[in-house]
Design a protein. Structure first.
Length: 366
Protein backbone atom coordinates (compact mmCIF):
# COMPACT_ATOMS: atom_id res chain seq x y z
CA UNK A 1 0.00 0.00 0.00
CA UNK A 2 1.32 3.41 -0.93
CA UNK A 3 2.01 5.77 1.94
CA UNK A 4 1.79 9.50 1.64
CA UNK A 5 4.01 11.77 3.63
CA UNK A 6 2.73 15.18 4.41
CA UNK A 7 5.16 17.83 5.49
CA UNK A 8 3.81 20.63 7.57
CA UNK A 9 5.48 24.00 7.63
CA UNK A 10 7.33 24.63 10.88
CA UNK A 11 5.21 26.53 13.34
CA UNK A 12 7.95 28.96 14.19
CA UNK A 13 10.78 30.78 12.48
CA UNK A 14 13.99 32.14 13.95
CA UNK A 15 14.21 35.86 14.14
CA UNK A 16 17.72 37.29 14.25
CA UNK A 17 18.24 40.48 16.19
CA UNK A 18 21.10 42.72 17.11
CA UNK A 19 22.20 43.25 20.71
CA UNK A 20 25.24 44.95 22.20
CA UNK A 21 26.69 41.43 22.56
CA UNK A 22 26.11 40.54 18.90
CA UNK A 23 23.34 38.56 17.21
CA UNK A 24 20.60 36.98 19.34
CA UNK A 25 17.66 34.84 18.28
CA UNK A 26 13.96 34.53 19.06
CA UNK A 27 11.55 31.79 17.98
CA UNK A 28 8.54 33.46 16.43
CA UNK A 29 5.14 31.90 15.70
CA UNK A 30 3.99 32.00 12.11
CA UNK A 31 0.44 32.80 13.17
CA UNK A 32 -0.54 36.28 11.95
CA UNK A 33 -0.34 39.19 14.38
CA UNK A 34 -3.35 39.54 16.67
CA UNK A 35 -4.42 42.44 18.85
CA UNK A 36 -2.80 42.65 22.29
CA UNK A 37 -4.88 42.23 25.41
CA UNK A 38 -4.77 44.25 28.59
CA UNK A 39 -2.98 41.55 30.57
CA UNK A 40 -0.10 41.71 28.07
CA UNK A 41 0.07 45.49 27.71
CA UNK A 42 -1.71 47.07 30.69
CA UNK A 43 -2.84 50.67 31.07
CA UNK A 44 -1.18 52.39 34.02
CA UNK A 45 -2.71 55.58 35.39
CA UNK A 46 -0.02 58.08 36.41
CA UNK A 47 -2.38 60.42 38.31
CA UNK A 48 -0.48 59.61 41.51
CA UNK A 49 3.02 59.86 40.05
CA UNK A 50 3.77 62.76 42.37
CA UNK A 51 1.32 61.61 45.08
CA UNK A 52 1.77 60.31 48.62
CA UNK A 53 4.42 57.74 49.51
CA UNK A 54 1.72 55.09 49.67
CA UNK A 55 0.30 55.98 46.25
CA UNK A 56 3.76 55.95 44.72
CA UNK A 57 4.52 52.58 46.28
CA UNK A 58 1.28 51.19 44.80
CA UNK A 59 2.24 52.64 41.42
CA UNK A 60 5.67 51.02 41.59
CA UNK A 61 3.98 47.64 42.02
CA UNK A 62 2.12 48.14 38.72
CA UNK A 63 5.39 49.19 37.01
CA UNK A 64 7.10 46.08 38.36
CA UNK A 65 4.36 43.71 37.19
CA UNK A 66 4.36 45.19 33.70
CA UNK A 67 8.17 45.36 33.47
CA UNK A 68 8.54 41.73 34.56
CA UNK A 69 5.81 40.52 32.22
CA UNK A 70 5.85 41.93 28.65
CA UNK A 71 7.99 44.96 29.41
CA UNK A 72 5.46 47.19 27.63
CA UNK A 73 2.61 49.27 29.06
CA UNK A 74 0.47 52.28 28.24
CA UNK A 75 0.40 55.35 30.48
CA UNK A 76 -2.49 57.80 30.86
CA UNK A 77 -2.82 60.97 32.95
CA UNK A 78 0.92 61.43 32.41
CA UNK A 79 0.73 65.21 32.76
CA UNK A 80 2.19 66.18 29.35
CA UNK A 81 -0.32 68.69 27.96
CA UNK A 82 -2.10 67.64 24.77
CA UNK A 83 -1.14 70.99 23.19
CA UNK A 84 2.56 70.28 23.77
CA UNK A 85 2.26 66.90 22.05
CA UNK A 86 0.17 68.24 19.18
CA UNK A 87 2.54 71.16 18.59
CA UNK A 88 5.52 68.77 18.32
CA UNK A 89 3.55 66.44 16.06
CA UNK A 90 2.65 69.34 13.74
CA UNK A 91 6.28 70.47 13.69
CA UNK A 92 7.35 66.92 12.77
CA UNK A 93 4.87 66.94 9.89
CA UNK A 94 6.16 70.33 8.75
CA UNK A 95 9.73 69.13 8.90
CA UNK A 96 9.24 65.89 6.98
CA UNK A 97 7.04 67.37 4.27
CA UNK A 98 9.79 69.82 3.31
CA UNK A 99 11.70 69.32 0.07
CA UNK A 100 14.82 67.19 0.29
CA UNK A 101 17.09 70.25 -0.07
CA UNK A 102 15.72 71.71 3.15
CA UNK A 103 15.78 68.45 5.09
CA UNK A 104 19.35 67.98 3.90
CA UNK A 105 20.39 71.07 5.83
CA UNK A 106 20.33 68.80 8.89
CA UNK A 107 21.36 65.55 7.18
CA UNK A 108 22.65 63.00 9.67
CA UNK A 109 25.77 62.65 7.53
CA UNK A 110 26.79 66.13 8.80
CA UNK A 111 26.47 65.05 12.44
CA UNK A 112 29.08 63.51 14.72
CA UNK A 113 26.51 61.74 16.89
CA UNK A 114 23.61 60.65 14.66
CA UNK A 115 21.65 63.85 15.15
CA UNK A 116 19.44 65.27 12.41
CA UNK A 117 17.62 63.81 9.45
CA UNK A 118 17.91 60.20 8.32
CA UNK A 119 16.32 59.72 4.92
CA UNK A 120 14.09 56.84 3.92
CA UNK A 121 16.00 53.54 3.83
CA UNK A 122 19.08 55.18 5.42
CA UNK A 123 18.80 53.03 8.54
CA UNK A 124 18.56 49.31 9.03
CA UNK A 125 17.80 48.81 12.70
CA UNK A 126 17.79 45.06 12.14
CA UNK A 127 20.72 44.23 9.86
CA UNK A 128 19.09 40.86 8.95
CA UNK A 129 15.97 42.54 7.59
CA UNK A 130 15.33 45.02 4.79
CA UNK A 131 16.20 48.67 5.31
CA UNK A 132 13.74 50.73 7.36
CA UNK A 133 11.15 52.60 5.35
CA UNK A 134 10.89 55.39 7.89
CA UNK A 135 12.58 58.76 7.89
CA UNK A 136 13.87 60.03 11.23
CA UNK A 137 14.80 63.29 12.90
CA UNK A 138 16.84 63.05 16.10
CA UNK A 139 18.25 65.39 18.70
CA UNK A 140 20.14 64.24 21.76
CA UNK A 141 20.74 65.50 25.28
CA UNK A 142 22.13 69.00 25.60
CA UNK A 143 22.43 70.39 29.17
CA UNK A 144 21.69 73.85 27.77
CA UNK A 145 18.05 72.81 27.34
CA UNK A 146 17.65 70.64 30.46
CA UNK A 147 14.53 71.61 32.45
CA UNK A 148 16.66 71.05 35.58
CA UNK A 149 18.71 74.16 34.92
CA UNK A 150 22.42 73.39 34.58
CA UNK A 151 25.38 75.64 35.16
CA UNK A 152 27.17 75.09 31.85
CA UNK A 153 30.47 76.11 33.45
CA UNK A 154 30.14 73.41 36.09
CA UNK A 155 29.61 70.33 33.92
CA UNK A 156 31.84 67.57 35.32
CA UNK A 157 34.85 66.78 33.09
CA UNK A 158 33.91 63.09 32.90
CA UNK A 159 30.44 63.96 31.57
CA UNK A 160 31.62 66.27 28.77
CA UNK A 161 32.98 63.69 26.31
CA UNK A 162 29.65 61.87 26.41
CA UNK A 163 27.37 64.81 25.62
CA UNK A 164 25.71 64.11 22.30
CA UNK A 165 23.62 67.21 21.57
CA UNK A 166 24.56 69.30 18.49
CA UNK A 167 23.33 72.76 17.55
CA UNK A 168 23.31 71.84 13.84
CA UNK A 169 19.76 70.46 14.26
CA UNK A 170 18.51 73.92 15.28
CA UNK A 171 20.69 75.92 12.89
CA UNK A 172 19.39 73.93 9.93
CA UNK A 173 15.73 74.25 10.94
CA UNK A 174 15.71 77.92 11.94
CA UNK A 175 13.56 78.74 8.88
CA UNK A 176 10.60 76.80 10.39
CA UNK A 177 8.67 79.11 12.73
CA UNK A 178 8.74 77.95 16.38
CA UNK A 179 10.34 74.63 15.44
CA UNK A 180 13.08 74.69 18.04
CA UNK A 181 10.84 76.13 20.73
CA UNK A 182 8.03 73.60 20.30
CA UNK A 183 10.24 70.56 19.77
CA UNK A 184 12.26 71.42 22.87
CA UNK A 185 9.11 72.05 24.91
CA UNK A 186 7.97 68.52 24.08
CA UNK A 187 11.43 67.08 24.79
CA UNK A 188 11.62 68.87 28.14
CA UNK A 189 8.21 67.54 29.14
CA UNK A 190 9.33 64.02 28.26
CA UNK A 191 12.56 64.44 30.24
CA UNK A 192 10.72 65.67 33.33
CA UNK A 193 8.23 62.81 33.11
CA UNK A 194 11.04 60.29 32.62
CA UNK A 195 12.91 61.58 35.68
CA UNK A 196 9.75 61.19 37.77
CA UNK A 197 9.17 57.72 36.36
CA UNK A 198 12.71 56.49 37.03
CA UNK A 199 12.00 57.06 40.73
CA UNK A 200 9.00 54.74 40.49
CA UNK A 201 11.18 52.24 38.61
CA UNK A 202 13.76 52.47 41.42
CA UNK A 203 11.07 51.51 43.95
CA UNK A 204 9.87 48.77 41.62
CA UNK A 205 13.41 47.36 41.83
CA UNK A 206 13.36 47.53 45.66
CA UNK A 207 15.77 50.48 45.73
CA UNK A 208 15.25 53.84 47.48
CA UNK A 209 13.27 56.13 45.21
CA UNK A 210 16.16 58.56 44.73
CA UNK A 211 18.58 55.72 43.91
CA UNK A 212 18.98 56.72 40.23
CA UNK A 213 18.86 60.49 40.69
CA UNK A 214 22.61 61.01 40.63
CA UNK A 215 22.99 58.95 37.43
CA UNK A 216 20.24 60.83 35.58
CA UNK A 217 21.59 64.37 35.99
CA UNK A 218 22.96 64.42 32.38
CA UNK A 219 20.96 61.49 31.06
CA UNK A 220 20.65 59.79 27.72
CA UNK A 221 17.56 61.63 26.41
CA UNK A 222 17.07 61.22 22.69
CA UNK A 223 14.17 63.01 21.07
CA UNK A 224 13.33 61.04 17.93
CA UNK A 225 10.62 61.76 15.36
CA UNK A 226 9.69 59.00 12.94
CA UNK A 227 7.87 59.48 9.67
CA UNK A 228 6.58 56.40 7.85
CA UNK A 229 5.55 57.49 4.36
CA UNK A 230 2.34 55.80 3.23
CA UNK A 231 2.53 52.55 1.32
CA UNK A 232 2.24 53.06 -2.39
CA UNK A 233 1.46 49.40 -3.04
CA UNK A 234 0.37 46.46 -0.94
CA UNK A 235 3.45 44.53 -2.00
CA UNK A 236 5.74 47.23 -0.75
CA UNK A 237 4.31 47.01 2.76
CA UNK A 238 4.81 43.27 2.86
CA UNK A 239 8.43 43.41 1.83
CA UNK A 240 9.41 46.54 3.59
CA UNK A 241 9.41 47.05 7.37
CA UNK A 242 8.55 50.53 8.54
CA UNK A 243 11.11 49.80 11.25
CA UNK A 244 12.68 46.36 11.61
CA UNK A 245 12.44 44.10 14.66
CA UNK A 246 14.59 45.41 17.52
CA UNK A 247 14.87 46.14 21.20
CA UNK A 248 15.52 49.63 22.54
CA UNK A 249 18.94 50.35 23.99
CA UNK A 250 18.69 52.45 27.13
CA UNK A 251 16.50 52.31 30.29
CA UNK A 252 13.04 52.96 28.94
CA UNK A 253 11.22 54.62 26.07
CA UNK A 254 8.21 56.94 26.08
CA UNK A 255 6.52 56.45 22.73
CA UNK A 256 3.80 58.69 21.36
CA UNK A 257 2.16 57.38 18.20
CA UNK A 258 -0.44 59.02 15.97
CA UNK A 259 -3.75 57.30 15.23
CA UNK A 260 -2.60 55.17 12.29
CA UNK A 261 -1.24 52.05 14.05
CA UNK A 262 1.48 49.63 13.00
CA UNK A 263 3.45 49.05 16.21
CA UNK A 264 3.84 45.34 16.96
CA UNK A 265 5.34 43.66 20.00
CA UNK A 266 6.68 40.11 20.32
CA UNK A 267 5.15 38.35 23.33
CA UNK A 268 6.92 35.79 25.54
CA UNK A 269 5.14 33.08 23.53
CA UNK A 270 6.71 34.41 20.33
CA UNK A 271 3.48 35.90 18.99
CA UNK A 272 3.45 39.29 17.24
CA UNK A 273 0.69 41.46 18.70
CA UNK A 274 -0.61 44.83 17.52
CA UNK A 275 -0.30 47.65 20.03
CA UNK A 276 -2.89 50.11 18.76
CA UNK A 277 -2.80 53.84 19.36
CA UNK A 278 -4.92 55.06 22.28
CA UNK A 279 -5.57 58.80 22.38
CA UNK A 280 -3.74 60.81 25.05
CA UNK A 281 -1.52 57.90 26.07
CA UNK A 282 2.11 56.97 25.60
CA UNK A 283 3.47 53.46 25.26
CA UNK A 284 6.35 52.75 27.65
CA UNK A 285 8.85 49.97 27.12
CA UNK A 286 11.92 48.73 28.94
CA UNK A 287 15.28 48.94 27.14
CA UNK A 288 18.26 46.57 27.16
CA UNK A 289 20.33 48.57 29.65
CA UNK A 290 17.67 48.46 32.38
CA UNK A 291 17.11 44.78 31.65
CA UNK A 292 20.82 44.20 32.20
CA UNK A 293 20.95 46.25 35.44
CA UNK A 294 17.96 44.27 36.72
CA UNK A 295 19.77 40.99 36.00
CA UNK A 296 17.05 40.24 33.40
CA UNK A 297 14.19 40.71 35.87
CA UNK A 298 12.76 43.52 33.74
CA UNK A 299 12.15 42.61 30.11
CA UNK A 300 13.37 44.55 27.09
CA UNK A 301 10.94 43.30 24.50
CA UNK A 302 11.28 43.01 20.73
CA UNK A 303 9.06 45.29 18.66
CA UNK A 304 8.78 46.60 15.10
CA UNK A 305 6.59 48.74 12.88
CA UNK A 306 4.68 47.11 10.05
CA UNK A 307 2.01 49.32 8.62
CA UNK A 308 -0.30 48.41 5.75
CA UNK A 309 -1.83 51.88 5.97
CA UNK A 310 -2.27 53.99 2.89
CA UNK A 311 -1.77 57.16 4.94
CA UNK A 312 1.41 58.58 6.45
CA UNK A 313 2.27 57.58 10.01
CA UNK A 314 4.23 59.53 12.63
CA UNK A 315 5.61 58.54 16.00
CA UNK A 316 7.69 60.38 18.60
CA UNK A 317 9.79 58.13 20.85
CA UNK A 318 11.86 59.60 23.67
CA UNK A 319 14.68 57.30 24.79
CA UNK A 320 15.77 57.70 28.40
CA UNK A 321 18.96 56.33 29.91
CA UNK A 322 21.58 57.07 32.55
CA UNK A 323 24.41 59.58 32.30
CA UNK A 324 26.50 58.03 29.55
CA UNK A 325 29.71 58.11 31.63
CA UNK A 326 28.40 56.27 34.72
CA UNK A 327 29.60 52.69 34.94
CA UNK A 328 26.81 50.75 36.68
CA UNK A 329 26.71 47.18 37.91
CA UNK A 330 23.74 44.84 38.26
CA UNK A 331 21.61 46.17 41.11
CA UNK A 332 22.32 44.60 44.51
CA UNK A 333 18.57 44.10 44.95
CA UNK A 334 18.47 41.86 41.88
CA UNK A 335 21.09 39.35 43.00
CA UNK A 336 21.38 36.77 45.79
CA UNK A 337 23.37 33.60 46.36
CA UNK A 338 21.12 31.63 43.98
CA UNK A 339 20.99 34.38 41.42
CA UNK A 340 24.46 35.90 40.97
CA UNK A 341 25.00 38.88 38.67
CA UNK A 342 25.00 37.75 35.05
CA UNK A 343 26.79 40.87 33.77
CA UNK A 344 29.84 43.02 34.33
CA UNK A 345 29.47 46.74 35.11
CA UNK A 346 29.20 48.94 32.03
CA UNK A 347 28.12 52.53 31.30
CA UNK A 348 25.01 53.34 29.31
CA UNK A 349 27.19 55.24 26.82
CA UNK A 350 29.53 52.31 26.27
CA UNK A 351 26.54 49.96 26.01
CA UNK A 352 24.98 52.09 23.23
CA UNK A 353 28.31 52.42 21.45
CA UNK A 354 28.73 48.64 21.39
CA UNK A 355 25.27 48.07 19.98
CA UNK A 356 25.73 50.67 17.26
CA UNK A 357 29.07 49.22 16.19
CA UNK A 358 27.70 45.63 16.20
CA UNK A 359 24.80 46.74 14.02
CA UNK A 360 27.18 48.50 11.64
CA UNK A 361 29.46 45.45 11.36
CA UNK A 362 26.52 43.12 10.73
CA UNK A 363 25.04 45.32 8.02
CA UNK A 364 28.37 45.26 6.18
CA UNK A 365 28.17 41.42 6.12
CA UNK A 366 24.78 41.49 4.37
O1 LIG B 1 7.15 54.10 15.54
C1 LIG B 1 6.92 53.35 16.48
O2 LIG B 1 5.78 53.10 16.87
C2 LIG B 1 8.05 52.65 17.20
C3 LIG B 1 9.38 53.33 17.05
C4 LIG B 1 10.48 52.57 17.71
O3 LIG B 1 10.34 51.47 18.14
C5 LIG B 1 11.80 53.19 17.81
O4 LIG B 1 12.01 54.29 17.23
O5 LIG B 1 12.68 52.59 18.48
FE1 LIG C 1 11.97 50.90 19.44
Amino acid sequence: MATTTTTTAPETYRLELMSANGTVFRDVLRTPPRDCDRSEIPMIDLSHLRGTAEQRRALSQTFRDAAENTGFFYIKNHGIPRETVQAAFKQAQTFFTQPVELKSLVAQSKSKHFNGWAERHATRINPREARDRREGFTFRYNPRYDPETKDLDAIPEEVKPWLRGEEMVWDGTSHIPKFKEEMLEYWRSCLTLARDMIQIFAMALDCPEDYFNSVTSYPGSDGVFNYYPKNETQQESEMDPGLGAHTDLQCFTLLWQDNVGGLQVLTKEGQWVNVPPIEDTFVVNIGDYLMRLSNDRFKSTVHRVYSQATVDRYSMPFFFGFNFNEKCSVLPTCVDENNPPKYEPISCGEWCRLRISKTYEASKEN
